[in-house]
Design a protein around this ligand. Structure first.
Ligand code: NAD
Ligand code: MG
Length: 394
């Protein structure tokens, strides 16, 4: 059988490089046909040298000549393109049948939607796109007729614990989806402890090695909030059937509670290559380079309720999901601006939740109409977040 042609959107990132590691272990099954990065031409060129794609794209047009020069110097012959439109076109184009959506943030929305519309097998890591545009993404998937397989470890775990991937939950006898959360680096701390947290402290995750934006989201528990919204859309789960439990060892990646009292869990070492390999090869299983889980060495699995008074972002995400309409898109945009400001040193850690809450208050939810209005709303929420930041912290 010919190998599947994979487009890796966000190839130089944490998920992108883990994906390429799995692809590199199975050259007879997968080819990295398209590689996309934002601005890191050195990283992208090195990946092109190893994986020899048909097309390499850098999102920032100012970096295209630099990428072409590096590829020529390395003797790599592949097409080179740049710009957001080229990224979107490649996601829908003929060079790939599988798209790994691993761009960070709302910047991943267009290419994710394009892949869905084009009927590609969509491996979704970019949770911000489904948080922003859940209904529109699912509609695009229906129209395109392709599969979506979640890569986010919790959703991949749930996918594995459900019969046939993404069934109608009630018919499948599902009572609850239980998302596990590591609790992040500040689990057990009080608000008073969190006043002086630095970006490097927030990014030092105890269990997972990830990009900086999602690391901060994990520290605030906004990541879990985004994942609750993601689970709601992916599995058509009513908000009250989704529960979050803190599990600091990060070995149980999530669970499904059935009406007969059975709870199915997916376990494994915290390494994204398991979820990526599962999604790439589904329904088959392939080797992912992940060490076998040795439960006797770990010895314990602890569980506790999340502290939503200290980590308010999780409560804000539940509230936005309950509010409906475009509230989750507003939440996501405000969070992206706030996290960027925190990483730049211009917003304290606890200010992230404050900015998000204020923006949600200032922009009451509107119904979701189409992608254009949603993108307009995303821009409005970003502007409002910058105003709030300016008023409160400058
Ligand atoms: P990262 O910061 O390590 O990598 C981001 C990638 O996106 C880079 O390759 C970057 O060049 C690219 N990129 C950024 N902006 C772009 C743009 N405008 N156009 C094209 N490419 C762009 O991030 P990550 O940790 O790999 O996370 C990627 C996505 O996967 C996020 O949505 C995150 O929430 C999700 N996710 C990550 C993990 C993880 O373990 N890292 C787990 C679950 C979900
Ligand atoms: Mg996750």
């Amino acid at each position: 059988m010919a190998p599947r042609n994979v487009a890796v959107m966000g190839a130089t990132g944490s998920i992108g490089t883990s994906t390429l590691d799995v692809i590199g272990r199975h050259p007879e099954r997968f080819r990295a046909a398209v590689l996309v990065a934002n601005r890191d031409t050195a990283g992208l060129a090195a990946l092109c040298e190893r994986f020899r794609p048909d097309l390499a794209i850098v999102a920032d047009p100012a970096m295209e000549a630099d990428l072409a020069r590096r590829l020529a110097a390395a003797g790599v012959r592949c097409d080179v393109a740049s710009g957001a439109d080229a990224v979107t076109a490649a996601a829908a184009g003929p060079l790939c049948d599988t798209v790994v959506a691993a761009i960070v943030g709302a910047a991943g929305l267009d290419s994710t939607l394009a892949a869905a519309r084009a009927g590609k097998r969509l491996l979704l890591a970019n949770k911000e796109s489904i948080v922003m545009a859940g209904e529109l993404l699912l509609e695009a998937l229906r129209l395109g007729g392709g599969d979506l397989i979640p890569v986010d470890s919790e959703h991949n775990a749930i996918f594995q614990c459900l019969p046939g991937g993404r069934p109608e939950l009630r018919r499948a006898g599902v009572r609850r989806l239980i998302l596990t959360a590591s609790g992040g680096p500040f689990r057990g701390r009080t608000r008073a402890d969190l006043g002086t947290i630095t970006p490097d402290q927030a990014c030092a995750h105890p269990k997972w090695s990830m990009g900086r934006k999602i690391s901060v989201d994990s520290a605030t528990l906004m990541n879990k909030g985004l994942e609750v919204i993601e689970a709601h859309h992916l599995f058509a789960a009513p908000v009250d059937t989704i529960e979050v439990v803190v599990h600091p060892q990060s070995l149980v990646h999530s669970m499904v509670d059935y009406v007969d009292g059975s709870v199915l869990a997916q376990l494994g070492n915290p390494d994204m290559r398991t979820a990526i390999a599962c999604a790439l090869a589904y329904p088959e299983r392939i080797e992912a380079g992940v060490a076998p889980l040795d439960l006797a060495t770990h010895a314990r699995l602890d569980f506790e309720r999340p502290d939503t008074d200290t980590f308010r972002c999780l409560a804000l995400a539940f509230a936005a999901l309950r509010e409906g309409g475009d509230a989750t898109a507003v939440l996501n945009a405000a969070n992206e601006v706030a996290v960027e400001a925190f990483l730049a040193g211009s917003l304290p850690f606890l200010g992230i939740a404050e900015v998000v809450e204020r923006v949600l208050e200032e922009l009451p939810a509107k119904p979701v109409v189409d992608v254009q209005t949603l993108v307009g709303r995303d821009e409005q929420a970003r502007r409002t977040a910058r105003e709030v930041l300016h008023r409160a912290y400058c």
